[in-house]
Design a protein around this ligand. Structure first.
Ligand code: ADP
Ligand code: MG
Length: 255
């Protein structure tokens, strides 16, 4: 069942903090079912963009449309309910097993109230069982099938990054925002993660916006690229073109 995925349309977004313009008239579109990479040097405004898209930061100007919805007007939980899920640059997992962590991220989808679940009423028990099945399916999909009952504290760094990814997938998103999903990984882990991300696009039809530093990863993964520098969009388009764009090369090499 492929979800009905609309385009994400970011238009003229400006975010000002006291004395600093973190984003300055930024615009780009994430096509349905595509992988779109957001790249740029440190401080370019990539994480700020994610915080705008997930409702954590308000905008000074501009709009973000996802289907019928104007995301800049919505609180984070409303945006999440529309099917926009994110991971963070730094891992934020709770104690317990992989399955525990994934079950926690299902609570937004749970129909039965907390009391009904705690009292183990039959409807609530059936619903929990369905969630558990889906959680195990998603955990297996991201390559954690053998670790579903392992405490996350015992996992390798790369596998903990996968738990983060699985947790976002457990929200049944239509758009996935991944902030540096391969940061700190070794080469083998990076290649594996790149494959998982393209699998998500191809098998699940989910749109993916990914912040990534490694140009090699971007070339391997992205259908389209947007380049930010000092809060401005300085380039974009197909990865092969962006890689040869003098303005982009200049920003990266700092010349
Ligand atoms: P990137 O993720 O591309 O490295 P960020 O989006 O984190 O860049 O930061 C862009 C700029 O905005 C930086 O100069 C950063 O210091 C600033 N910034 C980000 N968040 C805040 C905030 N909450 N308050 C003030 N300045 C911020
Ligand atoms: Mg960042």
């Amino acid at each position: 069942t492929t979800p009905d995925v609309p385009a994400l349309i970011v238009e003229d977004v400006t975010v000002r903090f006291a004395g600093l313009t973190a984003l300055d008239g930024v615009g780009f579109t994430v096509a349905p079912g595509s992988v779109h990479a957001l790249i740029g040097p440190n401080g370019a405004g990539k994480s700020t963009t994610f915080n705008v898209l997930s409702g954590i930061y308000g905008v000074s100007e501009g709009s973000v449309r996802f289907g019928e919805a104007e995301l800049t007007a919505l609180a984070p939980h409303r945006i999440a309910a529309l099917g926009v899920a994110r991971t963070f640059q730094n891992i934020v997992l709770t104690a317990g097993t992989v399955t525990d962590n994934l079950m926690l991220s299902r609570h937004t989808l749970t129909r039965a109230g907390f009391a009904a679940t705690a009292l183990r009423l039959p409807g609530a028990v059936r619903e929990q069982r369905r969630h558990l099945e889906r959680v195990r399916e998603i955990g297996t999909f991201v390559g954690l099938g053998a670790s579903l009952d392992t405490p996350v504290a015992l996992l390798s760094y790369g596998d903990r990054k996968r738990v983060e990814l699985a947790r976002a997938l457990c929200m049944e998103p239509r758009l996935l925002l991944l902030d540096e999903p391969v940061a700190g990984m070794n080469t083998a882990e990076r290649v594996g993660m790149a494959r998982t991300i393209t699998d998500i696009r191809d098998a699940l039809g989910i749109s993916i916006l990914i912040v990534e530093h490694d140009m090699g990863m971007v070339m391997r993964l992205a259908d389209e690229v947007t380049v930010l520098d000092f809060g401005r969009r300085i380039g974009g388009g197909a990865p092969e073109r962006v890689q040869r764009d003098p303005a982009v090369v200049r920003a990266y090499l700092g010349t």
